[in-house]
Design a protein around this ligand. Structure first.
Ligand code: HEM
Length: 447
């Protein structure tokens, strides 16, 4: 997007008033974040923003500066216990940004040797996921979800598909029983819907705690058991926070990656006319409409100057992945062919450790949907689509689509590994009364 010659704050932006911080929330921001990023660039590589009323941050909008920050772990740290405004009591205990920003003992909020240790346990355990099995599992789950709406000829591809699929996949990957899976599902969905988030987080941690206890007794071939068996020797508390991080960090980002790529495929004729180029649509999404937008919180260790800006130790710094990826200076490099140099997965020591499986899950989910519903198309005008508010991520509220109704695909014949733990251990007595979505899927497989 071109820089305006004289910077004009986007409509409704309180930066119209002198000294105002630019708000990264509210319906105006959600409707046109790129207008905000264009405006923010006039401050230089960093800009003063507010991410929810009363919570200030310095936003890095320039690609080179973002990369510099992400790679300089000597000057910028991830441990949120350095956050000055929080430590000095300026952040309300019920602030909606705390579930994402507050410190937890997992690899996202640690630095140095502690980070390396926690991260190693994740990378090694995720590396044991068999890509072939993962594809089969995603296809099976995708078939189940499509079978719930394929005869109707219409569906909301966010609520009925993109939002559900990652959670189903995680339940399989992490070896959840039906009972635990239903509560993980409830917890993660509630956390990101922002409705009763405290209750949702409580349910999630309770369910993950039970999962950890179950796998200590009955290890299986799943990521939870592999993390537990890892030579770094994670304690139960570390297990709880690492598993909750994997579920939480993965689910929100994956929903948006699937949803934003589907949005691009259904609204841009270029991809349709060229035979549905899913990989290309996904790369373009990761550049121009990334799932995580203003994220990767870091804190300067000392007072310093950075990209021409004075910073104080403990300032909240966020990287605008969405602005950095779309900066005017970048388009030339992008055209020159460095097609995966975007920051959608972040960069440096905390870059997403799961980008290969995440991409594989998203591509398989989209491919299978387009194969099953080849004439799927948007059923409302593109301009009527709305985006969820919030500073950290970007995803649609709904993606209404229509297609020629098709009969549900038949269930896979073979019993899958997921079903074994569903019948054993602590959750068994509650099996009969299960009505949750994960239980419904397990029933679909066994009937
Ligand atoms: C299977 C799905 C996924 C899992 C399990 C997962 C897991 C994680 C974990 C554990 C971290 C923390 C790494 C660390 O601090 O060392 C992380 C970071 C990150 N992930 Fe993912 N992720 C997934 C999908 C995605 C997707 C689809 C995106 C967006 C395209 C994404 C973007 C990011 C970003 C930007 C960070 C950096 C966060 C920060 O520095 O605060 N992730 N991810």
């Amino acid at each position: 997007m071109d820089q305006p010659t004289a910077p004009v704050p986007p409509p409704g932006c309180p930066a119209h008033q002198a000294g105002g911080r630019v708000p990264l929330y509210g319906p105006e921001f959600a409707a046109d974040p790129q207008a905000y990023y264009t405006y923010l660039r006039h401050y230089g590589p960093t800009a003063p923003v507010e991410i929810t009323p009363g919570v200030e941050a310095t936003l890095v909008t320039d690609y080179a500066s973002a990369l510099q920050l992400l790679q300089d772990s000597g000057s910028f740290r991830k441990d949120a216990r350095r956050w000055r405004d929080f430590n000095e009591g300026r952040i309300a205990p019920d602030s909606p940004v705390l579930p994402v920003l507050a410190h937890r003992p997992n690899c996202m909020y640690t630095d140095g040797a502690e980070h390396l240790r926690l991260r190693q346990s994740i990378t090694d355990s995720m590396a044991r996921v068999d890509p072939m099995q993962l594809s089969q599992s995603v296809e099976k789950i995708s078939d189940f979800l499509i079978s719930q709406f394929s005869e109707r000829g219409s569906a909301d591809l966010i609520g009925s598909y993109a939002k559900q699929l990652p959670l189903f996949v995680f339940n399989e990957l992490f070896g959840c029983t039906a009972d635990i899976g239903d509560r993980v599902f409830f917890g993660i969905s509630g956390m990101f819907d922002g409705v009763n988030a405290d209750k949702a987080i409580e349910v999630l941690f309770q369910a993950v705690g039970e999962l950890v206890a179950l796998k200590r007794r009955n290890p299986g071939e799943d990521v939870t058991s592999w993390l537990m068996q890892h030579h770094t020797g994670l304690s139960d508390e570390e297990m709880l926070h690492q598993v909750a991080l994997l579920l939480g960090a993965g689910a929100e980002a994956l929903v948006n990656l699937i949803g934003n790529t589907l949005h691009r495929l259904l609204t841009d004729d270029r991809y349709a006319h060229e035979g549905g180029l899913i990989d290309e649509a996904m790369d373009d999404t990761l550049w121009e409409n990334p799932p995580m937008t203003n994220f990767a919180a870091h804190y300067p260790v000392a007072d310093m100057e950075f990209a021409g800006q004075k910073l104080t130790a403990g300032d909240l710094m966020l990287v605008s992945i969405a602005a950095a990826n779309t900066g005017p200076a970048l388009s030339a490099a992008r055209k020159a062919g460095s097609n995966r140099a975007h920051l959608a997965w972040s960069a440096g020591p905390h870059a997403c450790p799961s980008k290969e499986p995440a991409r594989q899950i998203a591509v398989t989910a989209i491919e299978n949907l387009l194969n099953r519903l080849p004439d799927v198309e948007l059923s409302v005008p593109e301009e009527s689509l709305t985006w969820r508010p919030g500073p950290f991520s970007r995803g649609l509220v709904t993606l209404p689509a229509r297609f020629t109704p098709v009969k549900p695909v038949s269930r896979p014949a073979r019993r899958t590994p997921t079903q074994a733990p569903a019948r054993e251990g602590a959750a068994a007595p509650r099996q009969a009364e299960q009505t949750g979505v994960w239980s419904k899927f397990l029933n679909w497989l066994t009937k």
